[in-house]
Design a protein around this ligand. Structure first.
Ligand code: AMP
Ligand code: MN
Ligand code: MN
Ligand code: MN
Length: 290
């Protein structure tokens, strides 16, 4: 049997809920042999994760998930096998975090218009010095009773067209791919099905990504739709892209910082670390390139 790979996960350095050490221990317990830590726009958790991994005999791939704006859409590009010490990558990520802080102030201002006060302080308090993500705002909104669960908080307040939504102004596709490859990594389009692009627009994205030198797409990304995975596998082959596998794990309770009742969890819609189907046979796995 081939080792179990999970090449997309988060710690509390971005919007996950586990420390890097806890994340690595959980991956190990789930039978993951190769884990990538891919926090949003930050690499602060990698050193701790690598230390925990080496003591357990698990291979830790240093990674990052970069926020990109492409044709008015937010797209996530995962970088795998990056050197976190690369100056250009770090300068790029610092710029994205600066936008995150500005955006958080603006989210707060917009929520105040809806008579929701203290959102910035509340989200920042929950983030505890980590990057400020919409996930932290969603946790704040749930904790104050403005929404019954995380999905509802996003749907009512934080997605496009909703009162607390602020359009992204992230990196360009070229920048993200360039920073990742400049730092010795491989670039991967994260969860391609989650952007809800039309078939034509998705092909356009894959073409643009390929033109920038992009390397791979997540063919397996926590979706349980076999047909969707097979479709992404065919697109990967057609565009000459490698195939990656990642759960996008954020924590034992999904995006929730604390456990919700099983009824509210609606059957655990997120994937467990390593809990993914195998890559379709026709794919070339991204790890063949390292
Ligand atoms: P941000 O990068 O700060 O805009 O936050 C995006 C993060 O919010 C994603 O990485 C997800 O973890 C989370 N997220 C986005 N949409 C939803 C949703 N509908 N329900 C729960 N979490 C979401
Ligand atoms: Mn996230
Ligand atoms: Mn993502
Ligand atoms: Mn992610």
């Amino acid at each position: 049997m081939s080792p179990r790979y999970d090449l997309h996960s988060h710690s509390l350095h971005s919007d996950g809920t586990l420390t890097p050490t806890e994340l690595v221990a959980r991956a190990h317990a789930q039978g993951v042999a190769v884990l990538a830590l891919t926090d949003h726009d930050v690499t602060d958790g990698i050193a701790e994760a690598a230390a925990a991994a080496s003591s357990l005999g698990l291979e830790l791939i240093p990674g990052v998930e970069i926020s990109v704006t492409w044709q008015q859409q937010t797209i996530h590009i995962v970088g795998l096998g990056i050197d976190p010490g690369d100056q250009t990558l770090q300068a790029g990520l610092a710029g994205l975090r600066e936008f995150r802080n500005k955006r958080a102030r603006e989210i707060d201002r917009r929520l105040q218009k809806k008579r929701i006060t203290g959102a910035y302080a509340g989200a920042a308090g929950l983030a505890q010095g980590a990057i400020l993500s919409r996930t932290h705002f969603a946790r704040f909104l749930v904790s104050q009773g403005y929404a019954g669960n995380m999905q509802q908080a996003f749907k009512r307040f934080l997605t496009r067209g909703k009162p607390g939504y602020v359009p992204g102004c992230w990196a360009t596709l070229e920048q993200a791919v360039g920073w990742i490859h400049g730092a010795g990594g491989l670039s991967v389009i994260a969860h391609p099905a989650r952007y809800r692009l039309s078939a034509g627009k998705l092909r356009k994205l894959l073409g643009a990504f390929k033109d920038c030198g992009g390397a791979a797409i997540e063919v397996i990304s926590g979706s349980r739709h076999v047909e969707e995975n097979n479709h992404l596998a065919r697109l990967a082959s057609e565009f000459g892209l490698l195939a990656s596998v990642g759960s996008d794990f954020h924590g034992p309770n999904g995006h929730d910082a604390v456990g919700t009742s099983p009824a509210k969890q609606k059957g655990k819609p997120w994937a467990e670390l390593g809990g993914l189907p195998p890559l379709p046979a026709a794919c070339t796995p991204v790890w063949q390139a390292w």
